[in-house]
Design a protein around this ligand. Structure first.
Ligand SMILES: [Zn+2]
Length: 225
């Protein structure tokens, strides 16, 4: 089956994705500020309207163009996990039950408020919301069971080789350096691997086809094996 995703990248460094739905397109993540034009151009090439914006987490390089896109797309749905929605309002508190690790990376907040927040297990269009905490407390992945595409956000990266955020990849250290709690990130990396995705679409780097072996190797490195 043809993958239903289209990757949009700025400088090959950070990605957003358009996912085809019966009613139009779902945009996953919004990249850095100034990314509205390439995102809208990609939607135009696909000939379908962006109906919803779904965010993997609240870091600045994933929500950077949220406000501009929400302004350019009146009526668009804006969706983020209930947990990471708090970062959009710059509420940086940790809950008592969470690891009290330091929040890392940029949390610039946004003026846009979600039209709906979600919990793992819920659906966003055809995408199943998968709990993927660790990089941020409310980080999620999206799994498209139609074709086995896993949109992992920053739970994995492929720039400089497939890596988890549980251990710094010297060839692209940024995602691990911006990670809140590495033990949680490692558990998430294993849980996502257990989904046995056909394709891994990450926040940073190329889409990896048949990623199982590379994910196993990344988990082994994170475990120091
Ligand atoms: Zn991030």
């Amino acid at each position: 089956m043809e993958p239903s995703i289209t990757r949009i990248s700025r400088f090959g460094f950070v990605n957003a994705y358009l996912i085809r739905e019966d009613d139009g397109l779902t945009l996953v993540d919004t990249m850095i500020p100034g990314s509205t034009k390439p995102i809208l151009a990609a939607a135009q090439r696909l000939g379908a309207p962006i109906k919803r914006i779904a965010l993997t987490h609240a870091h600045g390089d994933h929500i950077g163009s949220l406000d501009a896109l929400a302004a350019a797309l009146p009526g668009v749905e804006v969706l983020i996990s209930t947990r990471d929605a708090r970062f959009l309002t710059k509420d940086m508190s940790l809950d008592p039950g969470e690891p009290q690790s330091k929040l890392r990376g940029s949390y610039p907040g946004a003026k846009t408020r979600p039209t709906r927040t979600f919990e793992p297990g819920e659906m966003v269009g055809s995408l199943e919301v998968i709990a993927a905490p660790g990089h941020t407390p409310g980080h999620v992945a999206f799994f498209d069971r139609r074709d086995g595409t896993l949109l992992s956000g920053d739970a994995y990266s492929t720039l400089g080789g497939v890596a988890t955020t549980a251990k710094v990849n010297p060839r692209f250290p940024l995602p691990a350096l911006a990670t809140w709690d590495k033990p949680t990130a490692l558990r998430t990396a294993k849980a996502l691997r257990a989904l046995d995705p056909a394709r891994l679409a990450v926040g940073h780097g190329n889409v990896a086809e048949a990623p199982a072996a590379a994910m196993d190797a990344a988990i082994a490195r994170a475990e120091g094996r």
